[in-house]
Design a protein around this ligand. Sequence first.
Ligand code: NDP
Length: 449
Amino acid sequence: MPQYDVDLFVIGAGSGGVRASRVAAAHGAKVAVAEEYRVGGTCVIRGCVPKKLLVYGAHFAEDLADARRFGWNVPDCGFDWTVLRDNVLEEVKRIEGVYGETLANNKVELIKERAIVTGPHGVRLAGGREVTAKYILIATGATPDVPECPGHEHGFTSNEAFDLDEVPRRIVIAGAGYIANEFAGIFHQFGSHVTLVNRTDVILRGYDEQIRDRLLQIATMKGITFKFHAAFEKVEKQDDGSLLVHVSGGHEPIACDALMFATGRRPLTAGLGLESAGITLDDRGAIPVDEDSKTGCDSIYAVGDVTNRVQLTPVAIREGQAFADTLFGNKPHRVNYDCIPSAVFSHPPLAGVGLTEAQAKNKFGSVRTYTSDFRAMKNVLAGRHERSLYKLVVHSETDVVLGIHMIGPDAPEILQAAAIAVKAGLTKQDFDDTVALHPSMAEELVLMR
Ligand code: NDP
């Protein structure tokens, strides 16, 4: 008789949990995964996937207008939010199904119930069933963090943004990070008046300053309003259903029809029973883990946002893969967190990999930087004045490219390829030696002198 019901019990069927489950099962482990909501997790159900589809949808606002400059006879076009919303929700359902099939094909038992830890090898399901496991993997992700203030319940978060009945005429977005800037672009293109409110005057903390400044400039030019040094004081619901948002910093109260909080995400660990296995959380509620994603308890591991290492889907997937290969595949390896590329699907999008200029200066003293500040050819003909900005940060002595930062059309697509060069430690001379692909925006990367 086996000592445990399963070899691996995974809590959470998001990006990290699904990858770990199916890879462990493919290595021959008996695996069960519990999911209290929907298979696919934040990325598939209410994050990256539906967000990107809304970004595509939003882009048509400018594309249709620009088409006229390219000779197309475009009649005045109306936009129907409910058509896009329902098509996006349908696509999300399809991908959720594919995830479920992948688990089934790999003979992973999917349990659609909440599960909590009862000890180093024990899990209890909401329905009362107890399961024992040789190893437990926590992959419960994160959830939006909403600042406490009277009336905050009148707002919604990215969890609800995909189900709205209509596009709000005026929306206040709280926060100035990834989600705030992405949804500011989306709602703006759908015709909302967007006011982005942040407690500091920094948008997209962590990205290169010049690139962030360029987004701020372009977004302001497009008509998005920014209020800085404005902490939430209270939100009042008016008789007509609209909201009045009171913020600090001497700003007038802001009247709006909807309020969206995008003020960070906290690890989803509340009530998980981790104390029963002797696991203590950090001050953000995250599960501390070592380089193999092992918690303080030898039989319990954690991957993805719940560990608050890097809150990005591809990182959670790598962590799940490394965990499963190491424990069940006899192929030990660890995730390398250097040079992780990332992007913000704002309007226009921005992307970066490696060190920003400020980080590189802190680390190496002086560095060389190269920039290309240009108008994309398509924007020139379309009569759009927004300029793209590409930047290389280069080590003064070794000539190694330490970071690439860019804002402009298709920046994430271009940066993904360029990130290989930074990860590989290529030099500025290698970039210079590469012949330009003309005419393209990406050629600017090899033409900076
Ligand atoms: P971010 O961490 O990107 O930004 C949070 C914003 O909220 C910051 O502007 C921050 O201000 C502000 N803030 C934080 N706490 C408070 C508070 N208590 N009161 C008022 N303002 C506050 O979080 P998001 O919610 O935008 O996204 C969560 C995570 O999800 C991201 O960090 C990212 O890892 C991931 N994500 C990735 C995407 C992508 O890859 N394209 C897209 C969406 C999300 P300040 O900086 O001034 O302190």
